[in-house]
Design a protein around this ligand. Structure first.
Ligand SMILES: CC(C)(COP(=O)(O)OP(=O)(O)OC[C@H]1O[C@@H](n2cnc3c(N)ncnc32)[C@H](O)[C@@H]1OP(=O)(O)O)[C@@H](O)C(=O)NCCC(=O)NCCS
Length: 141
């Protein structure tokens, strides 16, 4: 089931997965997995019974554009369709919020995942932690 976290325990688990997958391997401090945008964004967690095993954030931007950020699936659960499910769910939610396009900054390693979901590379974007090249990708929805 995909839904927003509700209880404090669920929120802790949501941010913990983000931290574990997207920050800890690069020795980043706890807290670095959050930013100000978290207060206004839409948050989505993939639940396996009580456990959160996938997360993603949707920002509704000006001009009917949605931006997907902080996509992460638990290491043991990758490659089983959870990321795809989360992406399709967030696309539906973006459409409901009147978005006509989704943008995202993909890590180089995740490019095949987003390409499979019909995102196309628009340009090279930033480098995170001095090593992770990102690419701006887009998809009309
Ligand atoms: C990238 C990530 C979110 C993808 O989620 P996932 O649950 O592992 O991916 P899925 O199982 O839903 O894959 C969906 C499709 O993409 C394909 N795919 C996923 N990763 C791929 C890869 N590296 N190379 C080729 N194909 C890939 C899958 O084979 C699958 O194809 P199918 O629909 O034909 O079966 C997840 O692996 C992850 O958290 N990675 C580490 C963190 C990260 O890089 N996050 C993205 C930051 S931009």
């Amino acid at each position: 089931m995909i839904r927003s976290p509700k209880t404090q325990e669920e929120w802790d688990s949501y941010y913990d997965l983000r931290y574990t997958i997207l920050r800890a391997p690069w020795n980043q401090a706890r807290g670095s997995e959050r930013n100000e945008g978290d207060e206004t964004a839409k948050h989505f967690a993939f639940f396996d019974k009580e456990s959160i095993i996938g997360v993603g954030r949707l920002d509704i931007m000006p001009n009917n554009v949605g931006q997907i950020r902080f996509m992460a699936v638990s290491a043991q659960q990758q490659g089983r369709g959870i990321g795809k499910n989360l992406m399709l769910h967030m696309e539906t939610m973006a459409k409901e919020a009147s978005c006509i396009e989704i943008i995202l900054h993909a890590r180089e390693i995740a490019l095949p995942f987003y390409k499979k979901l019909d995102y196309t590379i628009s340009e090279k974007s930033h480098i995170l932690f001095n090593e992770i090249q990102h690419y701006l990708m887009r998809k009309k929805i």
